[in-house]
Design a protein around this ligand. Structure first.
Ligand SMILES: [Zn+2]
Length: 316
């Protein structure tokens, strides 16, 4: 088993290392509320034993976990949902309506991801995706509330990164659990100017214009902090919004300036240069090698997602 690593945050929130790819890439969150618990994002199947070990360590009974809420069905966020649901008898899965069928029958999700990663890498990273009984699945609606004794969670429809993406607003912490819609930023990549965030424009449902609207929608909650899946708690999130908008515009401009031929390769090169320059301007002194370890998989996803989005535009 992987090592259980976690960080206790204020407001009864714990950030749990998912061990997706390597340390510090992805996390998930446990929220405790007067005897009831919620998990937001799940990591992969390999994360499940760690979450169960943490519950045991905290003397939290399996029955106390009421909801499991993957922000969307990308596998670093929802890959372990089936395993967790099998372990936690009282839990209900709360999911975006566009993601629900993939949680009930994950065969398409598994086939799609196997095609992307290859069978060996898929098995190593994700193990297997377990189906979830439809009677235990709640499809969220925009504005829906989950009442947990002394804590109310609001569910927000937040498309852009993917159509099946939701965000959780937690009144108690004045925090948003943003999955991938408020960008990703690694704890190590920071400077006196703060953290360095970037929007990860993953395939296959990317929609940059809609993503802009989502960022503005999230700011209407006046969040004091966001809880990123990649990675950890970030204070004063509004100061990062302008840069996220700027990055999305820059990506779109790069994509639209390229011919379809070799577009993916050229995008990857341009996006890498773009972030290397920005990260230097941000004042981060992280060695390039370490930066690349953290960010290289995201850069590939960015280029793939933008290329596929452009192909969709060209078809319609
Ligand atoms: Zn994602």
């Amino acid at each position: 088993m992987l090592e259980l690593k976690y960080k206790e945050l204020p407001y009864g929130i714990t950030c749990i290392e998912s061990w997706y790819q390597s340390e510090g890439i992805a996390c998930c969150y446990l929220l405790e509320s007067d005897g009831q618990c919620v998990l937001i994002d799940t990591g992969t199947a390999r994360t499940t034993p760690l979450i169960m070990a943490l519950l045991e360590k905290r003397s939290i009974a399996k029955e106390q976990v009421k909801y499991i809420i993957p922000t969307h069905v990308h596998l670093d966020h929802a890959g372990g949902a089936g395993q967790l649901m099998a372990e936690l008898p009282e839990a209900q899965l709360v999911i975006h309506p566009f993601g629900a069928r993939h949680m009930i029958d994950p065969s398409k999700l598994q086939a799609g991801a196997t095609a992307v990663y290859g069978e060996e890498a898929f098995n190593q990273q994700f193990d297997t995706l377990l189906p979830i009984d439809a009677t235990r699945v709640i499809e969220m609606e925009d504005g829906m509330e989950l009442d947990l004794n002394d804590r109310i969670l609001h569910l927000i429809d937040t498309p852009g990164h993917a159509r099946h993406h939701l965000t959780v607003w937690d009144e108690k912490s004045k925090g948003l659990f943003t999955g991938d819609v408020y960008g990703g930023g690694y704890a190590e990549v920071h400077s006196s100017n703060g953290r360095y965030l970037m929007p990860v424009t993953s395939p296959v449902q990317l929609d940059p214009p809609v993503w802009h609207e989502t960022i503005d929608k999230l700011l209407t909650f006046n969040p004091e902090r966001v809880f990123l899946t990649h990675y950890g708690m970030l204070e004063n999130p509004e100061k990062y919004a302008q840069q996220l908008h700027k990055d999305l515009d820059a990506y779109v401009e790069m994509a639209q300036g390229l011919n379809a031929e070799n577009r993916y390769e050229n995008l990857l090169e341009q996006i890498t240069d773009y972030h290397m320059k920005n990260i230097q301007a941000h004042g981060c002194d992280l060695p390039r090698q370490e930066f690349e370890r953290l960010i290289a998989p995201d850069l590939v996803l960015c280029a793939q997602g933008l290329d596929i989005w452009m192909q969709r535009q060209e078809k319609s």
